[in-house]
Write a protein of this length. Sequence first.
Length: 55
Amino acid sequence: MQIVFDVSVDGKVKETLKPGLQRLKEIHAFIKEAAPALIEKYGTNVCVNRRHLYN
């Protein structure tokens, strides 16, 4: 199982973020680091949703 994050703008998925490591601390740091860049790229109407990929 892998955790990925879908970036949605106005209800449409624009991209999927895949953290390199699956530990909670690394995932949290990854999202906190990516958030300002996403806001700059897409504006303030950005929503990040978590989902699981099962292999």
